[in-house]
Design a protein around this ligand. Structure first.
Ligand code: ADP
Ligand code: MG
Length: 682
């Protein structure tokens, strides 16, 4: 019997109506139901009063004494209070709106109660009370699973139904992990782990059950990823670029600065992949300012040398504009034709560019997602680069790749990703890392100040501009909003323009027309505008080395990755730079983010701390990113297990055992099942 295809209606007590309700939780089959694990437990084990923590839940046992009393607030609301003696201490039990319990509270009776502890008043606000010996017999000492549910399914019904499912089908759960791995990590069997994860008898048992299921989940995840990647490599023959080494060398020698060691290394990794007949799928990570653009230029030149067109896709118009400019500077002296394609162009301009691409008159195109519109055709696309790749969804990434005959693909990102996320979200990619900044860069001094020192911030900006430098002031919102008390770009702009006169202040926000934005950016780049007040449109990639001051207004409203990106807009030249975070944070995490920013400028460390603060689901800001949602595993807590599971999966995929040995039979079935699913979707 295969539980994966057994409909949930096979469980007694689940009819068609109930099955529909379960579908809303993503449960269709018996296997889904058995694997619908609780996200926490209600702990009904009796604790010592000494263990009670203020504001936390606890289960206590004691003797009632004195008579219970009720206080009414209006007709409906009531508070029932009764005293209880626990280990020689008198505490108060409090029930809200449960006056009907009064008659059941008999002085002298031993009861067990569970609820939230108030250490100041010695109160327990009771959630659950086990008053009779029978109830206590049945409930006390248990860890009760709590499931995430919705309006159509209750926790208690789900609990009963899952218990029923285990009675009927628990015996049919088959092991999937090979014996060798179970032994190596001393993991409990699958059936036992599953039932214990729902209904643990104690903490330790629950912990072991979880450990087993976390390993399984991560191992299977990695196995699937690696398997897919292996298949893809087998099937999709890519382009074996043939690159003239002498001409490439000449190009690199003409770059006006020496490449850093890290840049050299990643260039070699990329060129090796490009020469290889297999298709390249590589992620280039490097902190802001680490010099990824020049690496991209080298790859594009190498691609051109072997006779192919290249495309570079970026998330914003501003960035497209800027990359177009730098790539023209790098590439046009070498006889390459570089063109831009963006949503802001006129129909005729677009047609011209598309014509050039189709006929092979343009060698490189830089653009926004306009590049993946269906009408755009290439003559022979050989290399696709996406910058700030986390800004694009999985779908958009693959669309561009499909434009050519399996072109090589290079993804670039300045958002450093903690390793655990990198190998899950980008598990199908090879990763190159630029872990070094060009020599002579000074770390950006970062300060966190409160709003009331704004005049001093303005003074500081004026002083810097007096010395020929430039500044950004970033604000979170575009328009005046009555509800949210945030400074907005428009009013900050007006204020700053007045306070800073005669220094020229410019305004940039997302609602401006493309041409206007471009105009302002141009003037800022030319130091014609000295201070740029902006919303986060400048967040990614903008490069104006003469800007040395980054002021972020209401900085606590931004995420860490975003703040790091913003700070990366300064410190790009030879001058010392300053980042000033203006914030009166109202939350703990807001304060913590300000702390992180003032303590470190290392993007990888910031990413790690961001992950801990936010959790993996939120890390990239949107679901499409490709980070899976795991049932039991937690990428922050279980990072080590992930590494181990991945190594085991790599070993297995690379050996032939998977196809021969008996103990891998369940895994083979599992692989065949998802292969079949994938082929049905094509
Ligand atoms: P990012 O990795 O953030 O995209 P950029 O490619 O914009 O960084 O590079 C930031 C600045 O550093 C640019 O002005 C670039 O020309 C310069 N740069 C890149 N590599 C080096 C290097 N090896 N030495 C000196 N300057 C460099
Ligand atoms: Mg960049």
């Amino acid at each position: 019997m295969n539980l994966d295809v057994t409909p949930v209606t096979e469980v007694s007590g689940v009819g068609t109506k109930r099955a529909e309700d379960l579908t809303s939780l993503g449960i269709r089959t018996v296997a889904d139901l058995l694997a619908y694990f609780p996200y926490r437990y209600e702990d009904f084990r009796v604790a010592d009063l000494g263990e009670a923590v203020h504001e936390e839940k606890i289960t206590l046992q004691g003797t009632l004494f004195g008579s219970p009393s009720i206080r009414w607030y209006g007709k409906k609301k009531s508070r029932l209070t009764c005293r209880m003696q626990v280990q020689g201490v008198t505490i108060s039990l409090v029930w809200f709106n449960q006056h009907f319990l009064k008659n059941k509270l008999v002085p002298g009776q031993t009861v067990t109660v569970h609820g939230k502890w108030d250490a100041h008043r010695l109160w327990l606000t009771v959630d659950r009370a086990f008053l009779t010996p029978e109830e206590q017999q049945k409930q006390v000492g248990r860890l009760e699973p709590v499931y995430s549910v919705n309006a159509s399914v209750t926790v208690s019904w789900l609990r009963k139904t899952i218990a029923q499912a285990f009675r009927q089908f628990g015996g049919k759960i088959r092991e999937i992990l090979p014996q060798a791995l179970l032994e190596r990590y001393q993991l409990m069997g699958r059936a036992r782990a599953m039932v214990l994860l729902h209904f643990p008898k104690g903490r330790e048992e629950g912990r072991q059950a979880r450990r087993r299921m976390v390993y399984e989940e991560l191992f299977l995840y990695e196995l699937k990823l690696l398997w897919r990647r292996r298949q893809e490599k087998k099937e999709a023959a890519g382009i074996a670029h043939s690159i003239d080494p002498e001409r490439l060398k000449a190009f690199v020698n003409h770059i006006p600065f020496p490449l850093t060691e890290a840049q050299r290394r990643v260039v070699n990794e990329i060129l090796t992949d490009m020469r290889h007949p297999e298709r390249m799928t590589r992620l280039l990570q490097g902190d802001v300012g680490s010099g990824k653009t020049v690496v991209a230029a080298i790859a594009l030149y190498a691609n051109y040398l072997s006779g192919y067109q290249g495309a570079m896709m970026v998330p914003t118009e501003i960035l497209a504009e800027q990359h177009l400019k730098s790539l023209k500077e790098w590439l046009e002296p070498w006889e390459m034709t570089v063109v831009g394609l963006s949503g802001g162009m006129t129909a005729k301009e677009r047609r011209d560019v598309m014509g050039q691409l189709q006929m092979g008159l343009a060698d490189v195109v830089v653009g926004t997602h306009a590049l993946i519109q269906e009408a755009v055709a290439y003559r022979n696309l050989g290399l696709v680069i996406t910058d700030e790749q986390h800004r694009f969804g999985v779908k958009q990434r693959s669309l561009l790749r499909e434009k050519g005959e399996n072109p090589d693909v290079l993804y670039m990102t300045a958002t450093p990703i903690p390793r655990t996320l990198a190998i899950t979200a980008y598990g199908e990619m090879d990763v190159s890392t630029i872990d070094e900044l060009p020599a002579g860069r000074l770390p950006v001094e970062t300060y966190w100040v409160k709003r009331d020192v704004w005049p001093r911030v303005i003074q500081f900006i004026r002083k810097q501009c007096g010395e020929g430098r430039q500044a950004y002031i970033i604000c979170p919102l575009i328009e005046e909003s009555e509800k949210v008390d945030l400074q907005n770009a428009q009013s900050v702009f007006e204020e700053a323009a007045q306070e800073l006169a005669p220094i020229r202040v410019g305004l940039l926000h997302g609602k401006m027309a493309a041409a206007e934005k471009e105009e302002v950016m141009k003037r800022f780049a030319a130091n014609d505008v000295q201070v740029l007040v902006s919303t986060t449109v400048v967040e990614v990639g903008v490069n104006v080395p003469n800007a040395t001051v980054m002021v972020v207004y209401d900085a606590d409203r931004f995420g860490l990755a975003q703040l790091h990106q913003l700070r990366g807009r300064v410190g790009r030249g030879q001058e010392a730079s300053t980042c000033i975070l203006v914030a009166n944070p109202s939350s703990e995490t807001g304060i913590e983010r300000m702390r992180v920013m003032t303590e470190t400028t290392d993007g990888f460390e910031i990413a790690q701390r961001d992950l801990a603060l936010r959790g993996p689901g939120d890390f990239f800001g949107f679901k499409q990113s490709g980070v899976p949602e795991f049932k039991v595993a937690d990428l922050v807590e279980d990072g080590k297990v992930l590494e181990v599971a991945r190594a085991d999966a790599v070993r297995l995929v690379e050996s032939d055992d998977l196809w021969v040995e008996e103990e891998y039979a369940p895994l083979r079935c599992w692989i065949q099942a998802f292969e079949k699913e994938a082929s049905m979707m094509d």
